[in-house]
Structure formats: C-alpha cells, structure tokens
Design a binder for this molecule. Sequence first.
Ligand SMILES: [Zn+2]
Ligand SMILES: [Zn+2]
Length: 118
Amino acid sequence: MKLIIENEWPENRNQTTQPRNDNICGHCGSMLQNGEKYCRCCGTRRGVGVYVPEPVDPWDIECIYAPPIKRTHKCTACAYQWDSFEMRNTNKYCPRCGASAETIYDDYRDRIRKFNNR
Ligand SMILES: [Zn+2]
Ligand SMILES: [Zn+2]
C-alpha cells in the first residue's frame, strides 16, 4: 500500500508552483487589469478575498450575440478615465481609488440615439 501525502497529488503540485492568479477580483471574479488596485465591477481592493466560482446552472446561461460596446468611464473622486469594451456595463468603480465611477460615453446609447433621429 502506497501512502499518498496530500501535497503529492498532481493538482496540488500545480497549485503550489503556479503563482496565485491575483488578476481576478477576490469578491466577484472579474478580471483586473495590470496596475489596477480596485475591481471596476464591485470596488473590492486587489488581493482581498478569494473568489470561489459558483456552480453554473446550464439553464441559467444567457447568450447574447452582439459586438462589445465601447464605453468611457470616469471616476467621481480622482477623475481617472478609462474605456471598456464589454457587452454589459460592469464598470461601476474606479480601478485606481475604488470610488464610484460614472459612464460618460456609451456607444450603445449613442447608436440608439442616431437610430431614433433618422
Ligand atoms: Zn469585483
Ligand atoms: Zn478614482
């Protein structure tokens, strides 16, 4: 009988040799860009918490077929501005200081406006 020490399982070995992915928000699992200190989506500080993905219900998956929408966001506190290209607007917090952010340009709204003005 071979005694297997927990750390000898191949999965565990991978976990210890690979650096922890700290480009993922510990609260909501959103991607963090290099140099960003706060999650744009929920405002959680980088490195706080450990994100555990919830099991996905296959009936709950939403399929959206559309190109990403360009939006420009601005921090209400430090005035930092950045662009995002996403389907849904998940940018609610400043990645630099964690304060709330506002969307100052939304290509989708602009497209609808142009459509309505025809
Ligand atoms: Zn987050
Ligand atoms: Zn800010």
